[in-house]
Design a protein. Structure first.
Ligand SMILES: [Zn+2]
Length: 161
């Protein structure tokens, strides 16, 4: 923290207090150079990181779009809205707690895939096949095999070769 008086780089924290009304942190500081005292207020920033698209352009994080991706993948699938909401909430929390100012759109896609994998295998494959081409063929076959297992009424396990 720069000193506002002499612009020295280093200041000493004398006292730290957390305000309960607005979650701000108040710090009494002293410049180690000119010894002047001042107070800083820090607010916890809870804004979603900006989304960096593949072409490098930035766009605001859009929760409606995120929900849209889920709904499209889950179309006609027997997944309760509560579970979808919980998944979306988990993704938002992950993005918030990363503390990053920017996030690659591909990373959000990966988070969606992770959640869909838990929710519904068919939705997972739907999303994955449009969103990203599978890294390798084995990964894709594994996903398809998982869908077939969960679909088969006999519940027979597909043996791995
Ligand atoms: Zn100073």
């Amino acid at each position: 923290m720069k000193c506002p008086f002499c612009h020295h780089e280093d200041t000493q924290v004398l006292d730290t207090r957390v305000s309960e009304e607005d979650d701000s942190i108040r710090r009494r500081r002293r410049c180690i150079h000119c010894e002047k005292r001042f107070t800083t207020f820090e607010r916890i920033e809870l804004t979603m990181p900006a989304v960096v698209k593949k072409n490098g352009s930035r766009t605001e994080f859009d929760p409606t779009k995120l929900r849209g991706s889920f709904m499209l993948a889950l179309r006609k699938r027997p997944v309760p809205m509560e579970a979808v909401d919980a998944s979306i909430q988990r993704i938002k929390e992950k993005l918030l707690s990363s503390g990053e100012r920017e996030v690659q759109s591909g990373h959000i896609g990966a988070l969606v895939m992770l959640e869909l994998k838990r929710l519904d295998k068919i939705a997972y494959v739907r999303f994955a096949s449009v969103y990203k081409s599978f890294e390798d063929v084995a990964e894709f076959q594994e996903a398809i095999a998982e869908v077939e297992v969960s679909n088969s009424t006999s519940k027979k396990r597909i043996k791995k070769k």
